[in-house]
Design a binder for this molecule. Sequence first.
Ligand SMILES: Nc1nc2c(ncn2[C@@H]2O[C@H](COP(=O)(O)OP(=O)(O)O)[C@@H](O)[C@H]2O)c(=O)[nH]1
Ligand SMILES: [Mg+2]
Length: 459
Amino acid sequence: MSERLQGGTIVAVSTPSGCGGVGIVRLSGPNALDISLAIFRPKKNATNIPPGRAVFGVVADPEDGRPFDEGFLLYFRAPRSYTGEDVVELDLHGSPVLLDEVVRLAVKQGARPAEPGEFTLRAFLAGRIDVLQAEAVDDLIRATSLLQAKSAFRGVEGALSRKIAFLRREVISLSAEIEAEIEFPEENLPSSPDRYVEKIDRIHSETAGLIESYHRGRFLSRGVTIALVGRTNSGKSTLFNNLLKEERAIVTPFAGTTRDFLRERFRLKDASFNLIDMAGLGRPGSPVEREGIERGIKIAAEADGLLFLLDGSREMTQSDRKMILSYRDRKVILIVNKADLGKKIRAAALRRLCPGFPIVSVSALKGTGIGDLRELIYRTFRPLEAAEDLVVFRKRDRLFLEEMSAHLLQAKKNLLFGEPIETVAEEAREIVSVIARMTGEIRPDDILNEVFSRFCIGK
Ligand SMILES: Nc1nc2c(ncn2[C@@H]2O[C@H](COP(=O)(O)OP(=O)(O)O)[C@@H](O)[C@H]2O)c(=O)[nH]1
Ligand SMILES: [Mg+2]
């Protein structure tokens, strides 16, 4: 980290490693342009490089002058760049060998290889973004679904920062009122705990809303976990494979084929799901299967949603009914499988058993009804109502919010129990300092380390 806070010009390959049509080497710092022009030769002998315009040219080792690639140089003059410093991007062919060579040459010319997140750190140090926005940049890069990416982008734009700034203003105005009451007791300002309490409640409910959003954020970043449950041989593994569109799980006509559980990620539209296949519930045929069933029950208990499979070509048994009812309080889709073999289970009977659960009839083997099922899965288990929802993705931020919440509750308690008003003012000051740590306004090194060291190199 000590190195991170030093100046100088940094360089890194900013595109992912591997071959691609285009690869970008990025430099930032006072000598970004000079260093680049030692390696990059514009085709048209440009005496000055205009900022914000692509200049065509070749790259070469200054020692032998022989070009080894061609591409564009883009110059962003300070302070109008991502980092707030002079930034140059060299747009070349996406060959790792070639891009590494350009970085090596830039280092020879006096640049320093960038550490993970150092470009974004510089943007932060230049005051272009706060820590919350920097985190959002990383969330955006690492998003596993479009929904998460869209939500993270709102953070990059500063939606969470603005919300926190708003809460800060509210706390400061509360504390100003209280301070006035303390400072000028002779003016006999009416002490108004009710009004203070009301204000604290409002700030607290906004804070609690953000804390709550963290759970949705986890769905967005980790995917919603859905477990396939039902009796053995109902077709869980067949459906698992069908939903994933690959032959992942072993399928046989023998009961008890699946014992270990399988977990695979799949995407539906803008959302990401983790699907789990496991042993069929019911009476185990072997000790191995028994272990599988016990794990299965645990997995089902922890999953965010359940797909309950029934073999529709057979009558429902009493144990099927009991099993379904045991999941009464969960998010469940009831699936009547093996529709191609004729229907022994009537939807009406199922509906009576569990009025709240959506029911769909499919043939996992033939693939009929799978489109409807996908649509239903998406509608039932989709993590967010709208990408516009403000979401807190980071545990770090959740912890700060929880700290705020604790101080707010303490302040309220002090008011209600008639503690001296100074103690309430003290809580308000604590909250402002928590917010300052959260946004990076106060920035001890450990915060910087925690936030930026997890970035990719080149961002
Ligand atoms: N006819 C028919 N057979 C199916 C269907 N789905 C699964 N099966 C068969 O049922 C048997 C058990 O399937 P499997 O997926 O292993 O069930 P699991 O034990 O619940 O995982 C296999 O022989 C499958 O081919 C279906 O929709 N129609
Ligand atoms: Mg199976």
